[in-house]
Write a protein that binds this ligand. Structure first.
Ligand code: ZN
Length: 960
């Protein structure tokens, strides 16, 4: 439907409001003229009172409490800071038409004000809504509110609910989802303290917004200018007020922002004014750059999609992170170019193309995500950000690191989401998504990469023509999925259901592969090629084949026989000899597994393993290397190499090799993980084998995890497998008794965000093992934060039994002071007394969390236990120091050993310790470093009075 059948309502707001910074209110009078352009008779009028959502008991509040919506917003609000509560009081209300009163009463339900009309509003008729109201402005929770002295006024006034072909959109303000408004005219007069500077949707028609008085002299050094400006700033007369009127046409919302510390800069593009307002404190990063970035955004969007229809754009500093779009005005939490492109892009996708953000968020978020990435890759190269000027990376990182293609990054994150077990179709109402991460993927990331695929399928010029047609048809109107699709199909002349339906209404995955190919030379000298294509996934897609020719050239050819085909043989002829073929050579589609896209195998890229570097190529195995150095007293320093090979989240293998110079032996450790692609979600196979001199081992297990979107509901993880260790010599590790242990195990963990319970059952079958025993272990953990103080606890119950002819070897017993033998052995620096680079004291004082976890007993030679009941409790406080991230802790570890067949010394005994500790954390070159220092001041041993002396242990890992 478009052109003659289409209609939309018209609304004209006249608002006269005052800002009271003492009472923290905005209020005044609204006179709203409303014209019914619909073919329907209306008997109600509905208004949004969005601020009412920020009250106890609101729909938003209740959804936040059930874990919907963005966590950071929800937490701030739910904690009940009275400051973050807002509401709108309506004092006087009247609806009239030609002097006849249609309504003077109303009801308010959550964020919707409704009034029943005494007389119907016929098609073509108008009415007038007059109301007096006061908005109590709370501290900013989501997009609007106070931030210190600054007022970010969005969704701030009684606003008409849209009536369209689906009827009234009188929905409450949910935890997730944005806005939908009627296009019209706004005449708004704002009166506020004179020392406030403000910006708003529309043009100034009367009064002074204060810009010239705070205009930055951009010909001068900013810091010097600011210093002088602040010195010369005169004391304000607190009784003075300013009054500014704004006029805006063809917009569906009106926002404004005011701050006492705003500075102003301006620019223009193509006669469109650019205003920039930022706070003095953020001036360093905003000055000049934001004007330039806003101008570039206007140019990019106008030339790619359609000309900006308004006289001005204002980019403002909302202080709080993130950003938000309004017609002609954006509020941004930083000067970031990506954020500016995203939010100004919204003036097109939401503002001009006024889709319903609540029901079809992808039509604005997806489009602006897509265009922002396109802009950034176009301007800065494939990595998609200003690498040269960014402060995120140090100079050596800029020089040596590799950065993943920005589109590739988004594709990987979509792939991981598609296989998370939580995928949903894109086209759902915002508040019906299973939680905030699903909303984010489906509103932003998935439609973003979908549009890149569409651009690829149609080709750049046809895609741009189709987007411009969409803009021409629907600018200053309400587009939707059908209207967008029609513009794409009619411009391209292609039927595109096969493309849109799987993305928008299903959760199909894309994976094409080359199964085999043949080439043969014909008598005329040409080469005939047959390529066997297989669709491994569920979604269909034409394929662009790139053929490498023997002479070094490449040729590209489309296969478009994709409808309903699971496999196909694609035959074509070439004039030169082909040597290799690749599908989707520029990686423009979300083909989830590109290992099968190459006739000659996925390419490999070797590179040094820089700590923290996260290069994740879509079209190559990543092969990394770095040196390693272990230590053992029999060999001294043992140089080595750590090699790894990985492809996304589908496979990874790590091989660590060290050479013993004295022993002339090679010690190695190989671990690999594979995720089968099309066999359900959450499945993984792990393999581990090692030979470390005197000890060798092998293990295999299969993991399966399944999770729920809601973190307060348990997630599950299960594992089934076996391991076998064979110790032949104790000279290289003191952790194992001579002999072979083979265990078959099953493990099941249930966890939510603050609790977990793990049950492990293991058995050593006598025929494969020198010992014959069974083990049951139950470990529970819980954490809580109360007023910034963290409480952490862990309990363990463990029990083993063995056949009468057997016992349990030392390496499989529950260790008294920390982790068991195998966990300890996995850290090369803990393998033996000397392995901490020769420092036996540090080795002895190292505490690795696990088993009975009695850290105060690190210096005893208690061998281990066959059964135990233990617990650890920690209380952790933040220590407010500026130069380091420091925490202090009080801890206690306790264990009771009810029965111990092999160790009479602790049978029936209780051991405990308590003390204080310090923890610090630092991000070094992208890697999280953690250091824990604990002082077990008291150790209690029910067998004897253990001597008290000053003791310490340290660790690179948390104690729970
Ligand atoms: Zn957005």
């Amino acid at each position: 439907m478009y052109a003659e059948e289409y209609w939309q309502q018209y609304v004209h707001y006249n608002m006269d409001v005052q800002l009271d910074v003492v009472e923290k209110t905005v209020g005044g009078t609204s006179i709203i003229e409303y014209t019914n352009n619909s073919p329907d008779v209306l008997n109600h009028i509905h208004l949004h009172l969005y601020p009412n959502a920020f009250q106890k008991g609101s729909v938003k509040y209740r959804e936040f409490k059930q874990n919907y919506g963005r966590r950071s917003r929800a937490e701030k609000f739910i904690k009940g800071f009275e400051d973050s509560f807002s509401r709108v009081d309506v004092h006087r209300f009247r609806i009239t038409s030609n002097e006849i009163v249609l309504a003077d009463t109303f009801i308010v339900d959550d964020t919707i004000l409704s009034a029943r009309l005494n007389e119907d509003l016929q098609p073509g008729q108008s009415l007038m809504i007059e109301l007096n109201w006061t908005h109590h402005v709370g501290d900013q929770v989501e997009r609007a509110g106070r931030v210190d002295d600054q007022y970010n006024m969005a969704q701030w006034y009684p606003k008409l609910v849209v009536y369209d072909e689906h009827g009234w959109h009188n929905l409450p303000f949910h935890s997730s989802g944005e806005f939908y408004g009627e296009f019209g005219t706004y005449d708004v007069t704002i009166e506020l303290p004179a020392w406030y500077v403000l910006g708003a949707t529309g043009e100034v028609t009367d009064g002074d917004p204060g810009w010239e008085a705070v205009r930055v002299d951009t010909s001068r050094d900013f810091e010097k200018w600011l210093e002088e400006y602040q010195e010369n700033k005169s004391e304000v007369d607190s009784t003075l007020r300013r009054k500014v009127s704004f006029h805006a046409e063809k917009v569906h919302d009106f926002a404004w922002i005011a701050s006492p510390t705003f500075l102003y800069e301006s620019g223009s593009w193509n006669d469109i004014d650019v205003h920039v307002l930022f706070n003095e404190d953020n001036g360093e990063s905003w000055t000049k750059e934001v004007v330039a970035r806003s101008e570039r955004a206007l140019e990019w969007l106008s030339t790619k999609f359609g000309m900006y229809p308004y006289p001005q754009v204002t980019t403002t500093d909302r202080i709080r992170g993130g950003g938000m779009e309004y017609p002609m005005l954006v509020m941004n939490g930083s000067a970031s170019e990506g954020l500016i492109l995203h939010e100004i892009g919204h003036i097109w996708f939401y503002g001009i193309l006024g889709n319903n953000e609540v029901t079809e968020a992808w039509l604005d978020e997806g489009f602006t995500t897509f265009q922002t990435r396109w802009y950034l890759m176009n301007r800065y190269g494939d990595h998609g950000f200003d690498l040269e000027n960014t402060e995120r990376y140090k100079r050596f990182q800029k020089k040596y690191w590799h950065f993943t293609n920005s589109l590739g990054n988004s594709q990987w994150s979509v792939i991981n989401f598609q296989f998370s077990g939580r995928d949903e179709p894109i086209s759902k109402k915002s508040y019906l998504f299973k939680g905030n991460s699903s909303y984010r993927y489906n509103a932003y990331t998935k439609p973003g990469v979908m549009l890149d695929e569409l651009k690829y399928v149609l080709g750049d010029s046809l895609f741009i023509a189709a987007m411009q047609e969409y803009y021409d048809r629907w600018n200053l109107k309400h587009p939707n999925e059908t209207r967008f699709k029609a513009a794409m199909e009619e411009t391209s002349g292609e039927e595109l259901d096969w493309f849109f339906d799987p993305w928008l209404h299903d959760t199909q995955v894309l994976d094409y592969g080359i199964k085999d190919w043949k080439r043969s030379q014909k008598s005329n000298g040409k080469w005939a090629v047959d390529v066997e294509l297989v669709k491994h996934g569920t979604r269909e897609m034409p394929q662009l084949l790139e053929v490498n020719l023997a002479d070094g050239n490449k040729e590209r050819i489309w296969w478009k026989n994709h409808h309903w085909r699971k496999k196909d043989t694609f035959s074509f002829q070439l004039s030169k000899k082909p040597v290799a073929i690749v599908l989707d050579p520029d990686v423009k589609t979300v083909d989830v597994d590109r290992r099968n896209n190459h006739s000659n195998g996925l390419p490999r890229k070797w590179m040094f393993r820089w700590p923290g570097m996260n290069w994740n190529h879509r079209d190559a195995y990543l092969q990394q290397w770095s040196p390693s150095l272990n230590y053992h007293e029999l060999d001294g320093y043992m140089p080595g190499l750590w090699l790894s090979k990985s492809y996304g989240s589908w496979q990874r293998a790590d091989l660590r090799i060290n050479y013993g110079i004295e022993s002339e032996e090679i010690y190695w450790d190989l671990r690999s993980t594979r995720t089968p692609v099309h066999r359900g979600t959450g499945l993984r196979y792990n393999f581990h084998a090692f030979a470390q001199g005197g000890l060798s081992g092998i293990s295999w297990n299969m993991d399966k995890s399944w999770s729920h979107w809601n973190s307060s509901v348990p997630n599950h993880y299960s594992s089934l497998g076996f391991y076998s260790t064979t110790a032949t010599d104790t000279s290289r590790t003191n952790l194992f008794e001579i002999g072979r242990v083979t265990m078959v195990f099953g493990k099941w963990t249930i966890s939510s965000n603050d609790r977990s319970l793990a049950l492990e059952l293991a058995t050593a079958p006598g025929s494969f093992s020198d010992w014959n025993f069974n083990r049951l272990t139950l470990i529970g953990k819980a954490s809580r934060t109360i007023k910034g103080i963290k409480l952490r606890s862990r309990f363990i119950y463990g029990r083993m039994n063995h056949s009468t002819s057997s016992s349990v070897p030392g390496q499989e017993l529950y260790t008294i002071n920390g982790a068991g033998a195998f966990d300890t052995f996995l850290r090369p620096y803990l393998r033996d007394e000397s392995s901490f680079y020769g420092n036996t004291t540090l080795r002895q004082h190292y505490h690795l969390t696990g088993d009975a976890n009695l850290r105060g007993f690190f210096d005893t030679d208690l061998a281990g236990a066959q059964s135990l009941l233990g617990c650890t409790v920690e209380v952790i406080f933040n220590v407010p120091v500026t130069f380091i991230n420091l925490e202090a802790a009080l801890f206690t570890d306790m264990a009771y050993f009810p029965r111990s067949d092999n160790l009479n010394e602790i049978k029936g005994q209780r051991l405990s310790d308590a003390g204080i500790g310090l923890r610090t954390e630092k991000n070094m070159f992208g890697k999280e470093l953690y250091l824990r220092l604990d002082f077990p001041l008291v150790t209690n041993d029910s067998r004897s009075g253990r001597k008290q002396e000053f003791q310490w242990v340290f660790s690179f890992e948390r104690s729970i």
